[in-house]
Design a protein around this ligand. Structure first.
Ligand code: PFF
Length: 455
């Protein structure tokens, strides 16, 4: 009975279309904007190592779990969890996992679109030749002028939300697939070029050492939590985005192979971004821990001073906007799929509703860089709090429950049938998803909670 289930929303035209779309979801601001700045804030190499371990031992098995659950249910995450728990006579509360995902999607998209707005603004600055010959100081001023102006941020945020909703309204094949096809290869090429520039700065080896030589004395429990949270964020895990994409995956595609390809591509982009940015940071005496503005304060220096910088800068910010766009679409897809299935809305109406809620929530982030910059809760601005709560709490928690559902609740016959792995491969996945991932996530959570409580 489950074999013939089809999705209401259509299907990817091929396995490659899925890989491209899921990679489009995974590769985004998380890789190019967030990975470098949190690596800078958390001391470099040791943080990167923990992040890589989390990708391999927690991220990939949970990604496989999300895809197989999605494909099995072939509905929005909320309904997939409902159907699969009913089918296996499991507790109906599992569907709340889908709800948490929808909430997380809205919250993340609300600030994601503000940062994507920065990329849009920078695209226009690049086209206008604003970065010509800039140094570190001028780059800092350009960035400050942008984020201190709520009206500008609001305008770019609005444009990005509208862009996202237009693609979402057009649906799986019309909207999502086409956008990703040429994007990924071009992004790789441009990042490789930037790494080439970084080699010419004279601080390349310092940048590489910072990224890849672990200094465990700099590793705090909070840094471990952030590295784990980022593994979920960067792979789009823990909130149903990959699950809903999996629900459009043809039956004959290999879940394992696609997961490994997606995770590898995602990791490569992040590492290339780090290798491009840290040499520039050190060459210009900038602060690696400068925070969310890091790439916006470093890359203009590269583009402003390399031959052909106008062209490459323009191309780079176009690609960054595209990368953010294809991720943004997936953040809202679980909610939109649910509105279509359960509220009988058209995709267009669902996209409009989702857009309005996202836009309104995003105002908090817009103002947290200027009007509300001094309003803090637990020492964090609205944006910091949203980012922390989603990436480091909600996504890992969602991922934990997805792992528990796949490893303990679904029957082995079901998971084995979906994964179609050899005996050894299946056992490795099973141990990772049943024991390793849940224990690791719980241990990291408990460690931080313990420190918060007992100092
Ligand atoms: N993975 C995206 C990035 O790295 O930018 C962000 C993201 C997309 C997170 C979709 C979660 C998600 F469901």
């Amino acid at each position: 009975m489950t074999k013939n289930r089809t999705s209401l929303h259509g299907q990817w035209s091929s396995r490659w279309a899925f890989i491209l779309a899921a990679t489009g979801s995974a590769v985004g601001l998380g890789n190019i904007w967030k990975f470098p700045y949190i690596t800078g804030e958390n001391g470099g190499g040791a943080f990167v190592l923990i992040y890589l371990i989390c990708i391999a031992c927690i991220g990939i098995p949970i990604m496989m779990a999300e895809i197989l659950i999605g494909r099995r249910g072939r509905r929005s995450p909320i309904n997939t969890m409902r159907v699969l728990s009913r089918e296996g006579h499991h507790h109906p509360a599992w569907q709340y996992l889908g709800w948490i995902g929808v909430l997380a999607g809205f919250l993340i998209l609300s600030y994601y679109s503000v940062i994507a707005g920065w990329a849009l603004a920078y695209l226009f600055r690049a086209v206008g030749g604003v970065f010509n010959g800039v140094g570190a100081e001028r780059a800092g001023e350009i960035f400050a002028a942008l984020i201190e102006d709520p009206e500008r941020l609001l305008a770019w945020h609005t444009i990005f939300v509208v862009m996202t909703m237009i693609v979402v309204a057009r649906g799986v094949q019309g909207g999502l697939e086409r956008a990703v096809r040429f994007l990924m290869p071009s992004l790789f090429l441009l990042l490789a070029l930037l790494v080439g520039y970084a080699m010419s700065t004279g601080s390349f080896s310092e940048g590489i050492r910072f990224l890849f030589t672990p200094d465990f004395s700099r590793l705090t429990p909070a840094a471990i939590l952030i590295a784990m949270g980022h593994a979920f964020f960067t792979l789009s895990l823990g909130m149903g985005a990959i699950m809903v994409y999996g629900s459009y995956l043809p039956d004959n595609a290999s879940v394992t192979h696609t997961s490994v390809v997606i995770a590898a591509a995602d990791t490569l982009v992040a590492l290339l971004a780090g290798m491009a940015i840290f040499p520039i940071v050190f060459a210009h005496g900038l602060e690696p821990g400068a925070g969310p503005g890091l790439i916006f304060q470093t890359l203009p220096i590269a583009f402003g001073n390399m031959p052909g910088g106008w062209l490459f800068g323009t191309l780079f910010f176009i690609l960054l906007v595209f990368a953010a766009w294809t991720s943004a679409i997936s953040l809202i897809e679980p909610a939109v799929a649910w509105l279509v299935e359960n509220r009988g809305m058209t995709r267009v109406m669902a996209a409009v509703w989702a857009g309005v809620v996202t836009w309104l929530t995003g105002l908090g982030t817009v103002f947290s860089f200027n009007l509300w910059a001094d309003e803090k809760l637990f020492g964090m601005t609205f944006f910091d709090l949203l980012d922390f709560a989603t990436a480091n709490v909600i996504l890992p928690l969602g991922g934990l429950f997805i792992a528990l559902f796949a490893g303990w609740t679904l029957s082995r016959g079901t998971t084995r049938g979906e994964l179609k792995l050899g005996e050894t491969g299946y056992r490795i996945w099973y141990i990772l998803v049943r024991y390793v991932a849940p224990l690791a996530v719980s241990a990291i959570f408990l460690n931080v909670i313990g420190i918060l409580r007992f100092g």
